[in-house]
Design a protein around this ligand. Structure first.
Ligand code: NAP
Length: 494
C-alpha cells in the first residue's frame, strides 16, 4: 500500500470478529490484501451472536438478508434463524479462505496511538503484544457491553443475577420465582421461555413496546431444495425481503402517520392475546410506533397473559432485598433477577483508547462534542482509522449487514485511493464531517424518532447519533465513491 521506508508490521488491523470484522477481513482477502490481522477479545468469533445465547434468541431480520451477500447460505432452516444457526454461519465464514489463521482470539486492543511521523498506528493488546499497522478498522458493534441498572440494594440479594447477554445456563428455572427487568427486543424473546418454566415471573416494564406478529416459519423441503439448486431463486428471495424491509422505511422516515396502519394492527394483536383490560392498558404503548424499536413476536403476549406472570411498572420497584424485591411496600420473594436491559449502545468506544493526532483520545472528543463520524466511518483528527457500524449507521427497518457491506466497500475504495496516490495517510476534513453531522440532524427532523419518545437512539441533547435517518439504498449510494476532496492525503518522507 505504501512506498515509504518505514514498513509497518501490518497494513490493516481489524478489531472485533463479529459480522463487521469478518466482512472486512473476507473482503480484504477478496481484494488481494492479506497483510492484516483481526483481533478478537473472546475465544471465538461471532460478536453479539456469540454472546447472546439466551433461550429464544433469534434475529428479527430474515436470515437470507441478514447474512453476507457474497457468502450466501442456502440452508437457513427458517425465515428468522435462531442465534445458534447464525453463530454457526459466522464460524463457518471465519474458516473460509484461510481467514482463521489471521484471527488472534483472546486478544483485545487496549490502546492504539497514531504516529504522525510514520503515519502508522502503534497498537497494544491485552496480551502485551505491540505492533504497528498502517490502518485500523474498528468493528466493535454497538451491542457488546450490557447496560445494567443500579437497583438499590442489589448487592444484598442472595439469589442469582444475570444479564440476557450473559445468560446463566447453569440455572434451572423450573419452579423458580424470577424477576425480569426490561421489556425490549431481548426480553420479549426470553420471557416466554422463562414463563413456561418458572413458578412465578415478575416482569418490570419501564416503557411498553409495540409488538407485531413475526412472520416466521420453517422453510419447506421444496424451498430448501430450490435455494440450494437455483441461485436465481435465492437471490430473488433475498431481493424481495430487502425491498419489503425498505418499504417499511416509509413509515419511519417520510410520514410517521403511515405508521397508523401498523399501529392498529399491533393494537388488534395485543387485544387478541391480552383479555385482561388492566394488563392491556399496561402493555399498550403511548408513543408513535417506530420511535423505539418495533418488536416482532408471536409468543410474548400469550406468555404475558399466563396466570404466573405479573407485570409491574419500573417505578413500583423500590429496592432489592436479600430475598426479593420491595414493590409498593411489599416484599415479592424471587430466586433470580434477569436483566433484559439492553446495551450501552451510545458508549461506542470505551474501554479502548484510540489516540489520534496530538495524542487526543477519541473518547474525550466524543464526550465533549457528542458521537460523530463522517459517513459513520471516518473521524477528523484520526487518520487511517475507519469504523464499521459507527455513529449514525444503525437501522430501525432493515438489515445492519447491508450497512456493513456498504462501509467495507467504501473503506476498500479509500485504501485503493491511498495506494494509487502513494499516500500513507488519509484523514477526513473536519468540514466534511461537520456537513455530514448537519445533514444527519436535518434528515432526522420529521422522522418518527423525533416524535417524542425517550430512546437510546437519541443522545442527552436529543440528537440522533445512532441511526441512519434514511433509506439504506441512499446510504449505499453515498458510500459508493470515496470522495478524495473530502479527505486530506499525507505522505511520509522516503
Ligand atoms: P433494548 O431494546 O434497549 O431494551 C431494553 C429494555 O430494558 C427496555 O424495555 C428498557 O426500557 C429497559 N431498561 C433499560 N434500562 C433500564 C433501567 N435502567 N431501568 C428499567 N428498565 C430499563 O435492549 P435489548 O432488548 O437487549 O435489545 C437491544 C438491541 O439489540 C435492540 O434494539 C436490537 O437492535 C438488538 N436486538 C435484536 C434482536 C434481533 O432479533 N435482531 C434481538 C434482541 C436484541 P425503556 O424502553 O424504557 O428504555
Amino acid at each position: 500500500m505504501s512506498s515509504s521506508t518505514f514498513q509497518p508490521d501490518h497494513q490493516v488491523t481489524i478489531v472485533g470478529a463479529g459480522f463487521g470484522g469478518l466482512c472486512m477481513a473476507l473482503q480484504l482477502l477478496r481484494a488481494g490484501e492479506s497483510n492484516f490481522v483481526l483481533l478478537e477479545q473472546a475465544q471465538e468469533v461471532g460478536g453479539t451472536w456469540r454472546d447472546n445465547q439466551y433461550p429464544g434468541c433469534a434475529c428479527d431480520v430474515p436470515s437470507h438478508l441478514y447474512s453476507f451477500s457474497f457468502e450466501p447460505h442456502t440452508a437457513w432452516s427458517r425465515m428468522y434463524a435462531s442465534h445458534d444457526e447464525i453463530q454457526a454461519y459466522l464460524v463457518a465464514c471465519s474458516h473460509k479462505h484461510g481467514l482463521r489463521e489471521k484471527i488472534w482470539l483472546g486478544t483485545a486492543l487496549t490502546e492504539a496511538r497514531f504516529d504522525e511521523a510514520q503515519n502508522v498506528w502503534h497498537i497494544t493488546t491485552s496480551t502485551g503484544r505491540q505492533f504497528s499497522s498502517r490502518v485500523l478498522v474498528t468493528a466493535l458493534g454497538a451491542l457488546s457491553r450490557p447496560a445494567i441498572p443500579q437497583l438499590p440494594g442489589i448487592e444484598r440479594f442472595a439469589g442469582r443475577v444475570f444479564h440476557s447477554a450473559r445468560w446463566d445456563h447453569s440455572l434451572d428455572l423450573q419452579g423458580l420465582r424470577v424477576a425480569v427487568i426490561g421489556t425490549g427486543a431481548s426480553a420479549i424473546q426470553f420471557v416466554p421461555h422463562v414463563q413456561a418454566r418458572a413458578e412465578q415471573v415478575h416482569v418490570f416494564q419501564r416503557t411498553p413496546a409495540w409488538v407485531l406478529p413475526k412472520g416466521d416459519r420453517p422453510f419447506t423441503p421444496t424451498e430448501l431444495d430450490r435455494m440450494q439448486r437455483i441461485p436465481g431463486y435465492r437471490r430473488l428471495f433475498r431481493w424481495r425481503i430487502y425491498w419489503r424491509q425498505e418499504f417499511t422505511g416509509l413509515g419511519f422516515l417520510v410520514a410517521p402517520s403511515l405508521m397508523a396502519r401498523a399501529q392498529s394492527l399491533a393494537t388488534r394483536f395485543l387485544k387478541k392475546h391480552i383479555k385482561n383490560p388492566a394488563l392491556r392498558e399496561r402493555l399498550l404503548p403511548r408513543y408513535t410506533m417506530g420511535c423505539k424499536r418495533v418488536l416482532l413476536s408471536n409468543d410474548y403476549y400469550p406468555a404475558m397473559a399466563q396466570p404466573n406472570v405479573k407485570v409491574h411498572g419500573m417505578d413500583e420497584l423500590q429496592a432489592v432485598t436479600e430475598r426479593g424485591l420491595l414493590v409498593d411496600g411489599q416484599e415479592l420473594p424471587v430466586d433470580a433477577i434477569i436483566y433484559g436491559t439492553g446495551f450501552r449502545a451510545t458508549d461506542l468506544l470505551t474501554p479502548l483508547r484510540l489516540l489520534g493526532r496530538g495524542g487526543v483520545d477519541l473518547n474525550t472528543v466524543w464526550a465533549e462534542k457528542g458521537l460523530g463520524a463522517h459517513n459513520g466511518v471516518c473521524v477528523a483528527g484520526f487518520p487511517n482509522l475507519f469504523m464499521l457500524l459507527g455513529p449514525n449507521t444503525g437501522l430501525g427497518h432493515n438489515s445492519a449487514i447491508f450497512m456493513i457491506e456498504s462501509q467495507v466497500q467504501y473503506i476498500l475504495k479509500g485504501l485503493a485511493r491511498m495506494r494509487a496516490r502513494g499516500a500513507t495517510s488519509v484523514e477526513v476534513k473536519p468540514q466534511a464531517q461537520e456537513a455530514f453531522a448537519q445533514d444527519m440532524d436535518a434528515r432526522t427532523q420529521g422522522t418518527v424518532w423525533k416524535s417524542g419518545c425517550k430512546s437510546w437512539y437519541l443522545d442527552a441533547k436529543g440528537r440522533n447519533v445512532t441511526l441512519w435517518p434514511g433509506f439504506t439504498f441512499s446510504y449505499w449510494w453515498r458510500l459508493l465513491s470515496f470522495k478524495a476532496g473530502e479527505h486530506l492525503w499525507g505522505r511520509t518522507a522516503r
